[in-house]
Design a protein around this ligand. Structure first.
Ligand code: CS2
Length: 399
């Protein structure tokens, strides 16, 4: 049995990487939770097995998780597991990379500064830098997070950390493939737990997609249906600008209209028009190799969003906006005329302002900066500054 060490055992990884790997056969997975003990404690009771509740397909048992380590309890055990693994993968969400507004590792971020000072490590970046330092055996580090150039960004962050910490990494034997990941995975609910009889059950849709840069340092599972390509960028742009851009627009504009779920917001005629317009605008910015797929992709996305069985909360999508807005909206806007995307950014700004005025702290790693921006002399400009788009002030705010 070959082995993957995976950082971040949230629902998405359990519905995507683990599902594909279970289908491939011949590989198992050790999970690492960076801080929380909840997933380990929930899963250990059931031998690390859990079920996926796949819409239209039913219950699927996933039994390839071998162990769950909690990094905060025992960082040394994680570093030892890293030394053995041929593939180290990660889904720690956008904020787990600790990047600044320009997309560069923020050495002043408290968690990164603490890892650099040698207390820990506690972050994915710190673990990778210390765990890879001095290693000569080949290893593939595979980001499965939903962001542009996820592998390149992760490698750059680890390199910056290693340089600051004086660690030597043998880059020749280390690969960081980029990938595009997709499967809508709403947070689990009591009714899913009850229906499946598993307190750790993960609800997800039938659709799944994974495109990976064919750049591995060693063996990899034979994941069924995965596309291995030389350039993932066109697929990332298609997915992030169209699917995730539309999701974020529905979240901010939909919450403002009083909706709770994606399937409700997307059936509102005005929001539906706006979302279709955003997908058309985003599709127009795509590289030639995938541009032709955009209309059919948009149609398929609308059908996925309309699925009432998914029960996907808009407030789940609205969280961490400071991390998502840059590549879901701002990138599209820089690539071409996009009026519906402008509406999306305005809806995010309005969301930040109304939540702050209602005294609700945002679920966002930049929550304090957002509060400060909202209370500043020019909230629009200050908020745009946080997502690296203050130069687009006139286009966005004065349009
Ligand atoms: C969503 C994504 O929560 C969000 O921000 O837009 O998690 C989305 O469901 C996935 O990227 C789909 O693959």
């Amino acid at each position: 049995m070959e082995h993957i060490l995976h950082f971040g055992l949230g629902s998405f990884a359990r519905a995507h990487l683990l599902d594909y790997t279970a289908d491939a056969g011949g590989w198992d997975v050790t999970g690492v939770s960076l801080r929380s003990t909840a997933i380990r404690d929930g899963l250990v009771e059931q031998g690390y097995n859990y079920v996926l509740c796949v819409q239209e397909m039913g219950i699927k048992k996933i039994d390839i998780l071998r162990d769950v380590l909690v990094a905060a309890d025992d960082p040394q055990a994680v570093l030892e597991a890293m030394a053995e693994a041929k593939i180290i993968s990660a889904t720690v969400t956008e904020k787990g990379y600790h990047l600044d507004a320009k997309g560069v590792l923020d050495l002043n971020d408290p968690a990164i500064a603490s890892d650099l000072a040698g207390h820990g490590p506690r972050t994915l970046i710190g673990f990778l830098a210390y765990g890879l330092a001095g290693r000569t055996r080949p290893v593939t580090v595979m980001s499965c997070d939903n962001r542009i150039e996820n592998g390149d960004v992760l490698q750059a962050a680890v390199a910056r950390f290693a340089q600051a910490a004086g660690l030597i990494i043998h880059w020749d034997s280390t690969r960081f493939p980029n990938s595009m990941v997709d499967r809508i995975t709403p947070a689990t609910t009591d009714s899913v737990r009850k229906m499946s009889g598993d307190i750790m059950a993960v609800p997800t849709e039938a659709f799944r997609e994974w495109v990976i840069e064919d750049d591995f340092a060693g063996p990899r599972p034979d994941w069924p249906g995965v596309q291995f390509v030389t350039d993932v960028a066109p697929h990332e742009l298609r997915k992030l600008r169209m699917l995730n851009g539309a999701h974020s627009l529905l979240a901010y504009a939909g919450l403002a209209c009083g909706f709770t779920y994606v399937h409700e917001a997307v059936t509102d005629p005005d929001l539906r028009d706006l979302v279709e317009q955003l997908m058309t605008e985003a599709g127009n910015t795509l590289p030639a190799s995938v541009k032709g797929q955009a209309p059919a992709y948009a149609k398929a996305l609308i059908a996925r969003f309309e699925n009432p069985q998914l029960v996907h909360r808009l407030d789940q999508i609205a969280m961490d906006g400071s991390q998502k807005v840059p590549y879901r909206f701002v990138g599209t806007l820089r690539a071409g005329r996009a009026d519906a995307v402008v509406e999306g950014i305005k809806a995010w700004i309005a969301f930040c302002i109304s939540e702050t005025h209602a005294d609700r702290r945002l679920n966002d790693p930049k929550a304090s900066e957002i509060t400060e921006a909202v209370h500043s002399d020019n909230p629009d400009a200050a908020l745009l500054e946080l997502v690296g788009a203050v130069d687009l002030f006139e286009l966005i705010v004065e349009s």
